[in-house]
Design a protein around this ligand. Sequence first.
Ligand code: ADP
Length: 256
Amino acid sequence: GGNALDILELRKVNKRFGGVHAIKELDLTVTQGTVHGLIGPNGSGKTTTFNVISGVFPPTDGQIFFGGRDITGLPAYEIARLGISRTFQIPKVMGRMSVLDNVMCGYFAKTKTEAADTFLHAPFRASRQERAMRERAMEQLAFVGLERSAGRWARDLAWADQHLLQIARALATGPKLLLLDEPTAGMGAEESARLEALIRQIKEQGTSIILIAHDVKLVTRSSDVVTAIEFGAKIAEGLPEEVKNHPKVVEAYLGT
Ligand code: ADP
């Protein structure tokens, strides 16, 4: 990558699905320690951008650098291990597992080989490691305010709490970059405000964030820089207030 302070850099990234050109020549630079907002109308390519960054599928062309390292085309588990984790617009939790175990899975996802090895070959060390993981998972749950739900089945959580659980699980891996896809989807005003405060705290802990949200006010308040896209291409970028009022952005949102 270019600047050492840039944690993530997309260079001329394209993604095509057959005839659909979902991302077009997208350049995106995320500075370490910042919240970077990503806005755009429905179908503009926001989630696809997260998918190419996190390795769900490779970009059709272009390059992606993370911490100066070319991660283009790496499998998702490897990208996760390097320090990028994400949440989903429709919370992906394991419904028939406890809330605590869901967070521990996040931890396993990162150390799979190591942990599996330990369990197979050194049961004594495994239990110690498991205890440490459990403690850490409880800390993550406390951080998002779900410690009292640790023993419940994930599927019994309210929608907003499932969003919070995804965040706890993503944070369990100790990511350097967190991708939040519509973290306030389906939330009321109070829950959204809580989430906004949480985003601030995650940033204060030094984790960089890319935030996708329909709620332009939330993005404006939370972000240091905002990139707006439409039909997969960048239409504006800069300080949140500037981007929000940019004629192309205003126009893009009028149609929705
Ligand atoms: P947004 O997140 O901004 O709403 P998406 O990234 O989900 O937009 O979608 C961008 C475009 O790419 C849409 O036209 C969508 O239908 C298409 N698309 C996204 N994912 C796929 C896929 N896996 N296969 C085919 N088309 C897709």
